[in-house]
Structure formats: C-alpha cells, structure tokens
Design a protein around this ligand. Structure first.
Ligand code: HPA
Length: 269
C-alpha cells in the first residue's frame, strides 16, 4: 500500500489531478494520442514502482491531457504477461488510475479473429471474455481496500458504456462486431489446433492482454469497456503465417475507427 501511495504522490506532484477517464492503448494503437490536448507526458521509467514496457512497438508513456473538455489519463503502451511481469505488475497502473479517481476505463487491443465472420481491419466490442492465462491478478494477498476477495463477473464490461459505443458506431457507419475475447499467454501466436480449441470454447477473438486489467477494474467497481482491432483471421483450415509487422499495419488501418469511437464516447461521458 505504501508503494501505491508513493506512485500517487509522485503523479500528483507532476500535476496529474482529477483525471476522469483512463485509457489503455494497445499494440499499434497509439494514434488516439493525437486527439489529446496534452498537459503532461511522463515516461513509465520515471514513475516510481511502474513496471517498464519492454516491447518495442509500445511507447511506454503516461499521457495526461484533455479530450473534448474531459481530463483523460492515457497509457500509451501496456504491460503483458509474456514480458515476464506478474499479473499484479501488469495491472498496477489500473489500480493507480482508479486511486487517482478515474470514473471510467477504456481499453483497446489488437487481436486475431477466430470467428470467421469477422474480417481483419474491423472492430469488435468486448461483451465478455475468457481468461486462459495460467494466473489471475487477484491471486495472493488480499487487500479489502481494493474490493471483494471474490468479485462478481456476471457483467465484466459496462452495459452503459457498451450501449453508447454501439450507438456511436451505428451513427458513424463503423462496422463493430460484438463478442468474446480470449486471452492467451503468448508470445507465440496460436497453432491450428489451438485455434480450433478456442473456437470450440466460444471465443470470437484471441489476444494477449486486456483480461487482467478488466478483472482488476471489476474488483474495484470501475466501469470499463474494451474494443479490439482485428488484425488477422485465424481460420484453422486456411491459416496463413502472420508477422508482427503485418499485425501492426492492419492495426494502423482499423485504428482510425477506434479513435473516432473513443473520442465521440468521451465527449458523451
Ligand atoms: N493471436 C492471434 N492473432 C493475433 C493475436 C493473438 O494473440 N494478437 C494479434 N493477432
């Protein structure tokens, strides 16, 4: 708890006061930053007790600023289980943002579609998820200050936020699927047999993030919403090799729609 206090004190000293909305930008999805009137940018490496981002495609910056008159705190780059962090480390910034009193958490990620109706470059709103990580961010010592030991997960994504997002997508003519995100540990992509297994499990897309953050947000009663940019199609009967370069390229294309949705949503909150 002292650790959390030191991080919070540092950020407040840097002028981060009363952010209303927390944002997590996923792999190749940093463009939203261009829509922020930036007040302060802080490298993760300067922040006491923050893990360091080790993936090259992730910038590793905390950005405080304003979008459509609302104060936002955006993570450009997140922490992943495959980087070697514990899930407590992965979710540390989410707890910090909640302690800085954000009211809503918006997350984005890049993922592959196991649902063959979903095409790359399109978006999916998370309605639900499956945690296939061999760990849980709530495992271990429990602190009552964070919320319940056994949080309910019957509605992990805010209906209030999701309804708004769906209306915005409709209004803006943006293709927005809705479905189930499965998280795998990574960092390798999946085999054909694993994709078959994921399809049978009920997953529509598969990625390597988001779920730990959403579990922690739910424990802390922080309403959250998450949007996937589909970067590749994971049809086990017709699987082509994909590279990170390709994933980033497609993410950059779908990203413009994501930015439009998040900016419009923030304006309405
Ligand atoms: N699996 C498959 N394809 C992907 C992933 C993943 O975890 N992330 C982005 N594309």
């Amino acid at each position: 708890m002292n650790k959390f206090k030191e991080t919070i004190d540092f950020l407040k000293k840097q002028g981060i006061e009363n952010p209303e909305i927390g944002i997590v930008l996923g792999t190749g999805l940093g463009k939203l930053v261009n829509s922020i009137e930036i007040i302060k940018t802080i490298d993760y490496k300067e922040i006491p007790h923050f893990p360091l981002s080790t993936v090259e495609s992730h910038a590793g910056k905390l950005i405080y600023g304003v979008i459509k008159g609302k104060k936002v705190l955006a993570m450009q780059g997140r922490f992943h289980y495959y980087e070697g962090y514990s899930l407590q480390e992965v979710t540390y910034p989410i707890r910090i943002m909640k302690m800085l009193k954000i009211k809503y958490l918006l997350l984005s990620n890049a993922a592959g579609a196991t649902n063959t109706d979903f095409k790359k470059g399109s978006l999916m709103l998370l309605d639900d998820h499956i945690n296939f990580l061999p760990d849980n961010p709530l495992r271990g010592k429990h602190y009552d200050e964070f919320g319940p030991r056994f949080p309910d997960m019957s509605q992990p994504y805010s209906k209030f936020l999701n309804d708004k997002i769906k209306k915005i997508a409709q209004r803006e003519n943006i293709v927005l699927h809705e479905g189930v995100y499965a998280v795998m540990a990574g960092p390798n992509l999946e085999t054909r047999a694993e994709y078959r297994y994921l399809i049978d499990s009920g997953a529509d897309v598969v990625g390597m993030s988001t779920v730990p953050e959403v579990i922690v947000a739910n424990q802390m009663s922080l309403p959250c919403a998450a949007v996937t940019v589909i970067t590749d199609e994971c049809d086990p009967d017709n699987l082509k090799p994909v590279s990170l370069e390709e994933i980033l390229k497609v993410a950059g294309k779908g990203e413009n729609f994501l930015v439009k949705i998040f900016v419009a949503l923030i304006e309405e909150l």
